[in-house]
Design a protein around this ligand. Structure first.
Ligand code: SAM
Length: 254
């Protein structure tokens, strides 16, 4: 997959060199390029914003640098990217949408700042460049810029590209895959005494006995029950989608 990101803060995206995404880039599973919007300005101050028509607070990103930056991106490969525009007014970014985007060959992201990007840029991308333009929201809150949203979205998408996560089975039972949240997880030791003990009467914490039983059926049942209980407690809104999940009636009845 190819991903291009246009931003006025290229350094903000430095974490995309690390961990899974950094490795995916080195393994040629992901071709990711960051572009500085200011390189597409022509004045002494590299101006990218101006006051809003109609008045009001804040500044708006000027269309011309964006048009030049996007045109430049469009010339970097054959075909056309889908342009994702982080915006609190966009369609919600979900695991399901991340899965769909992971199948794309080319994505581009336009990181807004201030009050956002002049709306005509999206018409230009669609009309002149022939791109599909999709405003996408990370959640119902307002960030200072699109960069944090791009970090989150690129990570969520890239880990679904085949080969990026070593053990792809680990992607199957996750939260937001199949309606329920994931069960709690534990590792060694089976009995853990925190060091140094926080108080004179130190407490030891045990892993649930079922997970030590070696009984695969009992472990699967326990995990399923935990997923149900966690979803009921933390995200009851997800349960409508999970209405067909086995065991839900018992939990609701009890
Ligand atoms: N005035 C805009 C509005 O109310 O819709 C918000 C502008 S916000 C301060 C600046 C930039 O941050 C936006 O252009 C967008 O790129 C990004 N941003 C803010 N909240 C976001 C969210 N929830 N999801 C994705 N991007 C967001």
């Amino acid at each position: 997959m190819r991903i291009d990101v246009v931003t006025i803060f290229p350094e903000y995206l430095a974490p995309l060199d690390l961990s899974l995404i950094g490795k995916a880039r080195r393994d040629d599973l992901l071709d990711l390029a960051i572009h500085d919007l200011r390189q597409f300005t022509h004045d002494r101050h590299n101006t990218v914003d101006d006051t809003p028509y109609g008045g009001g607070a804040g500044m708006v990103m000027k269309p011309q640098p964006w048009a030049e930056a996007l045109t430049h991106v469009g010339g970097l490969a054959s075909g056309a990217p889908r342009l994702l525009v982080p915006a609190p007014s966009g369609r919600p970014f979900t695991q399901e949408y991340a899965r769909a985007l992971a199948e794309a060959e080319w994505l581009a992201f336009a990181c807004g700042r201030y009050e956002g990007i002049d709306e005509r840029v999206y018409a230009y991308a669609a009309d002149a460049l022939g791109w599909e333009v999709v405003p996408v929201s990370l959640g119902d809150y307002v960030l200072g810029g699109g960069e944090v949203a791009v970090l989150a979205m690129v990570e969520a998408i890239a880990r679904l590209i085949p080969g990026v996560v070593g053990n792809e089975e680990s992607l199957v039972e996750e939260s937001h895959e199949g309606g329920l949240l994931e069960y709690p997880v534990y590792t060694k030791p089976a009995t853990w005494l925190p060091q140094p003990p926080a108080a004179a009467a130190a407490t030891a914490y045990d892993v649930p006995a079922t997970l030590l039983s070696g009984n695969h059926k009992a472990i699967a049942d326990w995990r399923h029950q935990q997923r149900l209980e966690r979803t009921v407690a933390r995200r009851p809104d997800l349960l409508e989608a999970a209405a067909t999940v086995t065991g839900l009636e018992d939990l609701e009845g009890g």
